[in-house]
Design a protein around this ligand. Structure first.
Ligand SMILES: C[S@@+](CC[C@H](N)C(=O)[O-])C[C@H]1O[C@@H](n2cnc3c(N)ncnc32)[C@H](O)[C@@H]1O
Length: 274
């Protein structure tokens, strides 16, 4: 079985578990509830009438939030469960969007579709073995004048241990990780939309992932010919409890506790194809 197959099966299990905690998401979407954060919205700007591809869209919640802001949205993801859920969510909420199950690197290198915006966020390139292929592919699917917006957890966070020492993963590690996708939605509670804690099956399928540094990501984007317009770092993490010692703060965010140096927990960027 290929790495992509085990990652797909792991994400199928995890997505089923994550959504089990989130109640009636179509009703929430219809009621106007928003899962998007100010950071991506600021980098994306006005989406009215834009053709947008949401890369690694998972179950489509963010995608449909972007569609509600006026974009024509196409979501791409490896997980069958995520894409099936996204299609149901679009139908049940009445918010339009199209969703495609595909391995992203292959899709980026082969699709005929072109977009004005490529958006990806919160746990994206770490699942991909080829960062240069990803960046080249993003540049390929963008029209001239189109932009990539990427908001991500800062790779530094995976180096910080439970007691805040630098005793976890080497920032520059080239290791391949084999770990089941966890039920991080349960751990993050209402910050990731939990309305009730469901009984879920343990996910025991190891997904395959990699660590990319911030410089490797920015460098790959630059070498793919995209012009960096914005690069930001943030002292908090949106939604996901990416370290067990973080404290809950306003706006569904997590921050380092008092007494811990405020190294970045997220970065965001916009890069444009001239
Ligand atoms: C942490 S989730 C991204 C969450 C997303 N930002 C959202 O809006 O909910 C990571 C996603 O990457 C997808 N993924 C992992 N490897 C992939 C690949 N090679 N091609 C396409 N999608 C992939 C997984 O199926 C999963 O849905």
């Amino acid at each position: 079985m290929s790495d992509f197959d085990t990652t797909r099966r792991s994400w199928n299990n995890a997505t089923r578990n994550h959504n089990a905690h989130k109640g009636d998401q179509a009703a929430l979407l219809r009621s106007g509830a928003d899962v998007l954060f100010a950071e991506e919205l600021e980098l994306l700007g006005d989406l009215t009438g834009k053709r947008l591809v949401h890369l690694q869209c998972n179950a489509g919640q963010d995608s449909l939030g972007l569609a509600r802001r006026g974009a024509t949205v196409h979501g791409v993801d490896l997980s069958d469960e995520a894409i099936a859920f996204a299609r149901r969510l679009s139908t049940d909420s009445g918010v339009p969007g199209t969703f495609e199950r595909a391995e992203l690197l292959h899709w980026l290198a082969t699709t005929d579709q072109r977009f004005q915006v490529a958006f990806t966020s919160y746990g994206a390139t770490g699942w991909l073995p080829d960062l240069d292929g990803w960046a080249r592919g993003v540049a390929r699917v963008l029209e001239r004048g189109g932009s990539l917006v990427y908001v991500e957890f800062h790779p530094l966070v995976w180096s910080v241990g439970e007691t805040f020492g630098l005793d976890r993963d080497d920032y520059f590690t080239r290791e391949t990780f084999h770990e089941p996708v966890s039920d991080y939605v349960r751990a993050s509670g209402s910050a990731l939309g939990v309305v009730e804690f469901a009984d879920v099956l343990d996910n025991d399928v190891p997904a395959v992932s990699w660590q990319w540094t911030l410089a490797q990501i920015v460098d790959a984007i630059a070498r793919a010919g995209l012009r960096l317009e914005r690069l930001r770092e943030y002292p908090y993490a949106n939604g996901c409890l990416v370290h067990p010692g973080l404290v809950s703060t306003e706006g569904r965010r997590w921050a380092w506790p008092d007494g811990v140096a405020k190294v970045p927990l997220m970065f965001g960027l916009r890069a444009t194809k001239d």
